[in-house]
Write a protein that binds this ligand. Sequence first.
Ligand SMILES: CC(=O)N[C@H](C=O)[C@@H](O)[C@H](O)[C@H](O)COP(=O)(O)O
Length: 228
Amino acid sequence: MTGVEMLGLLRGGLVVSCQAYEGEPLHGPRFMTAMARSVVLGGAAGVRVNGPADVEAVRAAVPVPLIGLWKDGDGDVYITPTAEHALTIARAGADIVALDATSRPRPDGLGLAETIARVHEAGALVMADVSTAAEGVAAAELGADCVSTTLSGYTPASPRLHGPDLELVAELAGKLDVPLFAEGRISTPAEAARALELGAHAVVVGGAITRPADITLRFSRVLKEARS
Ligand SMILES: CC(=O)N[C@H](C=O)[C@@H](O)[C@H](O)[C@H](O)COP(=O)(O)O
């Protein structure tokens, strides 16, 4: 399958980010595999998965396109911070490797274009996780196969919003020739649909679907307030 065909499978669809941090009850390949199977049953067109072990296990468990990443380190650039991380995720079975494509320096000193070229040599596509329109446009020019608004709200260059950065979605949709994914704090089906209306190729939803502690908190907090 070509890269264009792979991205075509995600057009207009929902990608569900299945992630649980170390120390969380659902951490580990066993639970993330069950999560991925569950979201595919619910109609997810693709999944987004963190870390080599989860990527390898989920790859074997579901037939949909898999966006892999590796959150590592405690620096500013933590989403697949080096080319070595990216290649490990590609080898673990990701179809698309998501990596930090902000304008901040990468810890291995490699430029974005070089990092993207190495992932392509390994046979995977690259999703550029960005926080601003300028970063998205630059990443596409440097060879990224698609762009995602993942990091808006998490860099000094982007606004801290409670909900999704739909302004960025609209702006990037008008500027890019590669597919744009709307990602970050999308918490209702209506917001997801709006992102598509604004020109996103597909929508990525994480916590609102796959983080039961956070979902529970949304309910329990309201009930607690009602009691007091
Ligand atoms: C900023 C960052 O590190 N984002 C991560 C990227 O993989 C994940 O923690 C998010 O869950 C994902 O982007 C989906 O977003 P949301 O969970 O808000 O729907």
